[in-house]
Design a protein around this ligand. Structure first.
Ligand code: GMT
Length: 379
């Protein structure tokens, strides 16, 4: 099958899912054409079935806001016509679902049919999507999608609550390739970050408000009072400076390491004892799943899709949003007992196996086949 894949290329779960899906599909023999304004950061183009079609939005002085949608729609039309796409898969509803609809209509006028699938990732519904300014466009383009997927049951419920959607939503969870995680190597030297054998807590995110990174700092503050520990932050984003200031105010900064953006989280997860994710909303929590696949238990909130991934009392613990005390107690419970920590590590790894690409990929392939077949039958 020839598949068009549209995603945001930047650091963030939706781009990672799109890229990993494209790679898995390419390994199965499908030809996958990525369309994005820059190369998705995990996309390796040395694969005969992977293609990247870059587009750039001109910085014309008349435009205060660049016409991203028009340029992307034109790119989709072009790639669909010349690469003979069978199906288009767009990640993140805003604005990709409406762009896909526009491209579909343009192609229709040229007697070319291109069904499109929209995958909802989270903030496109739970944050940005809640803005009434987007409502009619999102509702329309979702209702006209040939199929919609959401990354968790929770996000499906949120979508149906927020928008009047007549279309069916199929839940296809985030996934990982377990092969990449099976042999646990110590990629980087633990001694560098924890020279005295301190416990290591890790948080990976894009440092947006929704991640509540300040709660990570407060949890670490409590933990460190009882157990020698280090905190490693991975990622960058709008809250980073405020977080740095907070760690200085609390006099924690000597035990906090900021690594910035790294492409392979396994390196740092291989030395972690706990992963902390205290998000306000989290449709799935791919970062938590990646941690679990590296045998790292997760201290998280119980929001959104997190309970579908992190099993309370087994793979980690779930707390109410903002309940730093509970999160700290849970973290200490694990850090103070090697035996318990080991048990949780094992369960985290077992739970992660349920989200192996081998189980999830067929769900996407089935959906692609269904929409393509339906398009042929109904024209
Ligand atoms: O986590 C983010 O803020 C990035 C965002 C994205 O769209 O790139 O992530 C969302 O999609 C991921 C992949 O499906 C999910 O695993 C994340 O839980 C989700 N983030 C939120 O819902 C906040």
């Amino acid at each position: 099958m020839n598949i068009g894949m549209v995603c945001f290329p930047t650091y963030g779960g939706s781009g990672v899912v799109a890229t990993e899906l494209g790679i898995a599909l390419a390994n199965e023999g499908h030809k996958v054409h990525f369309m994005s304004y820059s190369q998705p950061f995990r996309l390796n183009l040395f694969n005969e079935n992977l293609f990247f079609h870059e587009f750039s939005v001109n910085d014309y002085p008349l435009f205060e806001y660049q016409p991203y949608e028009s340029v992307l729609a034109s790119k989709i039309v072009d790639v669909a016509m010349y690469e003979h796409l069978d199906v288009l898969h767009v990640h993140y509803a805003i604005p990709h679902a409406s762009v896909a609809y526009m491209a579909q209509q343009i192609l229709k006028s040229k007697k070319i049919s291109l069904p499109y699938i929209t995958t909802l990732h989270g903030t496109d519904i739970t944050l940005v999507g809640r803005d009434p300014a987007f409502e009619p466009v999102i509702r329309f383009s979702l209702n006209h999608s040939n199929a919609i997927t959401s990354v968790s049951e929770s996000l499906k419920k949120d979508t149906l609550k927020t928008f009047k959607i007549d279309n069916k939503i199929t839940v296809i969870p985030n996934f990982i390739n377990m092969k990449d995680y099976e042999t646990v190597k110590e990629y980087c030297v633990k001694r560098k970050y924890a020279p005295k054998g301190e416990k290591i807590l890790v948080h990976i995110s894009n440092f947006r408000k929704v991640k509540r990174v300040e709660d990570v700092v407060h949890v670490f503050d409590s933990v460190r009072k009882e157990v020698p520990a280090k905190l490693i932050f991975v990622g960058d984003g709008p809250e980073k400076t405020a977080i740095e200031q907070l760690t200085r105010q609390l006099d924690l900064h000597h035990d906090v390491i900021h690594l910035g953006k790294i492409t392979d989280p396994r390196e740092i997860l291989s030395v972690a004892d706990l992963f902390v994710l205290p998000s306000e909303t989290e449709s799935f929590g791919l970062a938590a799943l990646e941690a679990m696949a590296m045998r790292v238990p997760v201290i998280s909130t119980n929001t959104g899709g997190l309970p579908e991934v992190n099993i309370h009392g087994k793979t980690g613990f779930l707390s109410n949003i903002g309940d730093v005390k509970d999160m700290s107690e849970n973290a200490l419970k694990l850090l103070k007992s090697e035996k318990l920590l080991e048990q949780f590590r094992k369960s985290a790894f077992e739970q992660a196996q349920k989200f192996d690409v081998q189980k999830i990929l067929p769900l996407y392939e089935k959906l692609y086949n269904e929409v393509v077949l339906k398009e042929i039958v109904t024209g």
